[in-house]
Design a protein around this ligand. Structure first.
Ligand code: ZN
Length: 133
């Protein structure tokens, strides 16, 4: 279990409110969460353990639904930025910034991307700007 792999393991940075563990899953492995599966219902997700440990799970984007026409690496940088931003604004899913109609800040802007340096990231919703930025 993730909690046991992290807590007390000297090889892993210990959890704190500003730590987010990204778990990148090897190609060909289907991730199931809450009864739905990667490449069918999601391309990544973030969650918490008891409000103490924060993590994101990133299945390998081995399907058209999770590449959005991008190569796998670019799809991963895009979905990783999506989950990173949501883990900040809605660290305990549903208790932070969450819009009942549109979801979290990344969901509103899904598949809208831009380049930051050499990397493709996803746009995220801005209340101030009133759009995806
Ligand atoms: Zn999302």
């Amino acid at each position: 279990m993730l909690q046991h792999q992290i807590v007390g393991n000297p090889a892993v940075p210990q959890p704190n409110p500003n730590a987010l563990y990204f778990i990148y899953v090897q190609p060909g492995t289907r991730v199931v969460q809450g009864g739905s599966a990667s490449c069918q219902a999601f391309c990544g997700y973030h969650n918490d353990i008891s409000g103490q440990i924060f993590y994101a799970v990133m299945p390998y984007p081995g399907c058209q639904g999770c590449t959005g026409g991008m190569d796998a690496f670019t799809a991963l940088t895009s979905t990783s930025s999506h989950e990173l931003c949501e883990a900040i604004t809605d660290a305990i899913p549903g208790q932070g910034w969450y819009d009942d109609a549109n979801g979290e800040i990344g969901d509103i802007c899904a598949w809208k991307t831009k380049k930051v340096g050499a990397y493709t990231v996803q746009l995220e919703w801005s209340n101030k700007a009133g759009k995806c930025i």
